[in-house]
Design a protein around this ligand. Structure first.
Ligand SMILES: [Zn+2]
Length: 724
C-alpha cells in the first residue's frame, strides 16, 4: 500500500471539522536533512508499525500499540523516507513524471502510517506521555517536511517535468498531480535563495513548537477549570438529564467543565445568574493569564507568520494564504464578511432589546445572560423548548438517518462491522457503493472525555489512492463530543448537534466517495479552505427538511415521528438568535483575518494580545454583550490549527452550500437524482481534481449567489444588496 508523502503532516495534525487543527508548514532547508537519526533493530523489535497489519480493513492494531512504539517507528519512517527521496534525486535517468512526481508522491509509507496514527490517537486519547511525545515528534516532522520541500535537487527535477507538461500527454488525474506538486513546492519557497530558505525553515520550526504549546496550554486551562456545585438549590433550571450527566459521585457534586456542549447547555438552562457569570468567565478567560497564558504564543506566531510571508514575497500571511483560495485576497474575504456582518449586527441589536424588554429594568442584560434569556424569548415567542425536541434526536436514529440520506442521494450502504477501535465507544461501518463495491471503512467516536480534544472533526487512518490499478480505499473517522448519558439511557442530542453530525458526515463522504488517483487531492485534501467546508455544510440542510425528519427524528421511547406542528415551530424558530450567531462567528473571522493581515513591522509592535483584539473588534462595532466565538487566546483553529486566515471559510462555504441546496429545492426534490449525480461527480468524487470555482460551476451550472445565504439566516436580501 502506498500513501501520499506529506499525508502525515497534513493529516497527522490537520483534521477537518468545527475544529480543524495543524499548522501545515511547508518550507525549510535541505541542510536539516543531515540531522542524524539513529534507531536500532532492538528498539524496533516487536513494534507493530514494523509489521503487516493483519486486522479487518487494515485498521491499526490499536490494542498492540503502546506509547513507546511511536518514536522509534517515526525515526525508522524518516530514515526510509530519506532513502526514497535520495533514490529520486540521485537517479541517473532524466526526470520523468513516473520517476520523479509519482515517486515523490508515494514516498514515506511507514512515516505516514505512524504519524497518522499518532495524530489521531493524540486527538482522542491524549495522556501525559503522548503530550511529551507531541513536543518531540512534531518539530521532527516539520523539519523533515522542510528538508523535502526545500530540497533543491528534487525541486529541479520537479521543475524539469513541469516544464515538459504540455508534451507529456498526461491524463487529467496525472496532470493535476503534477500541477499541485509543483505548486506546493513553489509555495513552500522552493524557488527561494538558500539563505532565505534557511530563514524560512527556522521560522517553521519555531511556529511548530509554538502551535503545540498553544494547544497544550489550552487543554491544560480547559481541564483546570471546574464549576463545582454542591448545593442543590444552585442547580435551579438545570434539566434532570444534564444534572445526571454532570454529577460526579466521587466528589459528591455537580461539576461543569468547559466543553462547548456542556457550556451552552448550562448557560441556557441555569437560573443562577452568578454561576452563569462564573462559567462565562471561565470560558472566555481561558488561557488568558498565569501558567497557561496563550497571549505571548499568539503574538509570536502572528509575528513569525508575517515575517515568513514577507520573506516569500507576500504583503502578509493572509495574502499568502488566500492566493490559492476562492476568495483570492484578504480584502475580498473581509468585504464579504462585512456584507453579512452589517445585517447580523443590526439583528443582534434587536435581539438584545427583546431580551431587555423581558427583564425590564431589573438589571442590564450582560454577555452571560444571552443564552438564558434568548431561550426565554424563544419559548415565549415560539413556544419551543429544547427538552421538547431532544427525545426525537436519539444518536442511533440520527446516525441511521444520515446513512439513509446517503443512500437516497448516492445509493451508498453502511453495514456495521466488528472492528476494534481506539476506544470502546467507537463504532465501524463497511461503506459500499450502489453496486456493492467497497468504498471505505467509516469509524465514529461520538463522546466527550478528558483525553479528547473539543469540537467535532473528520479525520482518517488511511487515504485513498489508485496508482497502477492498486485501488486503495480509505479509512475515514468522525469525532463528536456528545455528553455520555447515564448507563442504559439513550444519547439524546440537541438539534445543533444533529447538524454537526451531518456536517462531519459530509466531510466523511468527501473522503469515502473519492475517485482521485492520488491522495494529494482525494476528498477534503487539495481543496482550498474556503471550499472544503461546502461538502460538509450542504448536508446540514437536509436535517430540518420534513421529509428527512420523518426518516430519522423519532421519539426514542415511543418511536413516533416528530409531530409536524413541532417541526413547524422549529422551522419558524430556526432564524431566532441568528443575529447573535452571525455576529459571534464573524467577529472571530475578522479577528483571524486581522491577526494575519499584519505586515511584519505591524506585528512586531504588538505586545498585548487582548489589547489588539479589543482594538480590532471595536473598530467593527461589536456589541459589548457578545464575545467573538473564539478569543485569540483560545482560538486554536488559527493558532494551533490549519485555519489561519481561513476561519471566514465556514461562512464563505455557506454561500456555496445555501446556493447548492437551492438547486435541490428548485428541482422540488431533496433527493433529486440528477442534481445528486452532479453533486456526486463534481464534488464528492472529484476532491481537488480541478480548481474549486470550476468544480462548483460544473455541479451547479452557474456561479454561486450570496442571496440564499442571507435568506437562510433570515436577513432581508434587498437592504444588503450593496456590493462593496
Ligand atoms: Zn467542517
Amino acid at each position: 500500500m502506498k500513501f501520499s508523502k506529506l499525508f502525515w503532516l497534513s493529516l497527522a495534525v490537520a483534521m477537518l471539522g468545527g475544529c480543524g487543527s495543524g499548522e501545515s508548514n511547508k518550507a525549510g532547508d535541505a541542510a536539516v536533512a543531515d540531522d542524524v537519526i539513529v534507531v536500532s533493530d532492538a528498539e524496533l523489535s516487536g513494534n507493530p508499525f514494523m509489521m503487516e497489519w493483519d486486522t479487518p480493513f487494515g485498521v491499526p492494531p490499536f490494542s498492540d500499540i503502546e506509547n513507546g512504539h511511536y518514536m522509534p517507528a517515526i525515526k525508522k519512517g524518516i530514515l526510509e523516507l530519506r532513502e526514497e527521496i535520495k533514490a529520486i534525486t540521485e537517479n541517473p535517468a532524466a526526470p520523468t513524471f513516473e520517476n520523479t512526481i509519482v515517486a515523490q508522491e508515494v514516498a514515506g509509507e511507514t512515516l505516514d502510517r505512524v504519524a497518522t496514527t499518532f495524530g489521531n490517537i493524540t486527538g482522542t486519547e491524549l495522556d501525559d506521555e503522548l503530550r511529551v511525545l507531541q513536543t518531540e515528534i512534531y518539530p521532527l516532522l516539520t523539519r523533515e517536511n522542510d528538508a523535502i520541500t526545500l530540497n533543491a535537487t528534487l525541486f529541479e527535477r520537479i521543475q524539469n517535468v513541469y516544464e515538459q507538461r504540455d508534451s507529456l500527454d498526461l491524463n487529467e488525474q496525472d496532470a493535476r498531480l503534477l500541477e499541485l506538486s509543483h505548486r506546493s513546492f513553489v509555495r513552500a519557497g522552493a524557488a527561494l535563495s538558500p539563505e532565505v530558505k534557511t530563514q524560512v525553515a527556522n521560522i517553521n520550526s519555531e511556529i511548530s513548537a509554538l502551535t503545540t504549546e498553544f494547544g497544550q496550554n489550552l487543554l491544560g486551562a480547559t481541564k483546570a477549570f471546574k464549576l463545582k456545585i454542591t448545593d442543590e438549590a444552585q442547580t435551579a433550571g438545570l434539566s434532570d438529564d444534564f444534572k445526571a450527566a454532570v454529577w460526579n459521585e466521587d466528589e459528591g457534586a455537580w461539576i461543569v467543565g468547559l466543553n462547548r456542549s456542556s457550556y451552552e447547555t448550562f448557560m441556557t438552562q441555569s437560573e443562577v445568574r452568578e454561576l452563569r457569570q462564573q462559567l462565562f468567565d471561565g470560558y472566555r478567560l481561558r488561557s488568558s493569564s498565569g501558567e497557561y497564558d496563550n497571549g505571548p504564543a499568539a503574538i509570536k506566531i502572528a509575528q513569525l507568520r508575517a515575517r515568513r510571508a514577507e520573506l516569500m514575497g507576500y504583503k502578509s500571511h493572509a495574502h499568502y494564504q488566500l492566493e490559492t483560495r476562492m476568495a483570492k485576497t484578504p480584502q475580498t474575504a473581509e468585504d464579504f464578511l462585512l456584507r453579512v456582518w452589517r445585517p447580523g449586527l443590526a439583528r443582534a441589536t434587536e435581539e438584545l432589546a427583546d431580551m431587555q424588554n423581558l427583564v425590564g429594568d431589573e438589571f442590564k442584560i450582560a454577555g452571560h445572560d444571552w443564552w438564558h434569556y434568548a431561550e426565554k424569548v424563544r419559548k415565549a415567542r415560539y413556544d419551543l423548548d429544547e427538552n421538547e425536541t431532544k427525545p426525537y434526536f436519539d444518536l442511533e436514529a440520527v446516525r441511521a438517518g444520515a446513512f439513509e440520506m446517503a443512500n437516497r442521494l448516492f445509493g451508498l450502504t453502511f453495514d456495521p462491522v466488528d472492528v476494534q477501535g481506539w476506544n470502546p465507544v467507537v463504532t465501524s461501518y463497511d461503506v459500499k457503493d450502489a453496486d456493492g463495491e467497497h468504498l471505505g471503512l467509516f469509524m465514529t467516536d461520538m463522546y466527550a472525555r478528558d483525553s479528547k480534544r473539543g469540537g467535532a472533526w473528520m479525520s482518517g487512518f488511511r487515504a485513498a489512492s489508485n496508482i497502477n490499478d492498486e485501488n486503495i480505499r480509505p479509512i475515514v473517522t468522525n469525532n463528536l463530543n456528545l455528553s455520555t448519558p447515564p448507563a442504559g439511557e439513550p444519547t439524546l442530542m440537541r438539534f445543533s448537534e444533529v447538524e454537526t453530525l451531518f456536517h462531519e458526515f459530509g466531510h466523511g463522504l468527501h473522503g469515502l466517495m473519492t475517485k482521485a488517483s492520488y491522495s494529494k487531492f482525494a476528498g477534503t485534501r487539495g481543496s482550498p479552505r474556503d471550499y472544503t467546508e461546502f461538502p460538509a455544510q450542504i448536508l446540514e440542510h437536509w436535517t430540518a427538511e420534513p421529509e428527512m425528519l420523518a426518516i430519522y427524528a423519532r421519539h426514542y421511547a415511543t418511536g413516533d415521528v416528530i409531530p409536524t406542528a413541532l417541526v413547524e415551530r422549529m422551522r419558524v424558530a430556526s432564524n431566532f438568535n441568528q443575529g447573535f450567531e452571525t455576529t459571534e462567528f464573524i467577529a472571530a473571522s475578522l479577528l483571524d483575518l486581522r491577526w494575519h493581515m499584519l505586515t511584519s513591522a505591524e506585528a512586531a509592535e504588538i505586545t498585548d494580545a487582548r489589547a489588539f483584539e479589543q482594538k480590532v473588534l471595536s473598530e467593527y462595532g461589536l456589541l459589548d454583550e457578545i464575545e467573538p466565538r473564539y478569543r485569540s487566546q483560545y482560538f486554536s483553529h488559527i493558532f494551533a490549527g490549519g485555519y489561519s486566515a481561513g476561519y471566514y471559510a465556514y461562512l464563505w462555504s455557506e454561500i456555496l452550500d445555501s446556493d447548492g441546496f437551492a438547486a435541490f429545492k428548485q428541482a422540488e426534490d431533496i433527493f433529486d437524482p440528477e442534481t445528486a449525480a452532479r453533486l456526486r461527480k463534481w464534488v464528492y468524487e472529484a476532491g481537488g481534481l480541478r480548481e474549486a470555482d470550476e468544480l462548483y460551476r460544473n455541479f451547479r451550472g452557474q456561479d454561486p449567489s450570496i442571496e440564499p445565504l442571507l435568506e437562510g439566516r433570515g436577513f432581508a436580501v434587498a437592504e444588503n444588496d450593496e456590493t462593496t
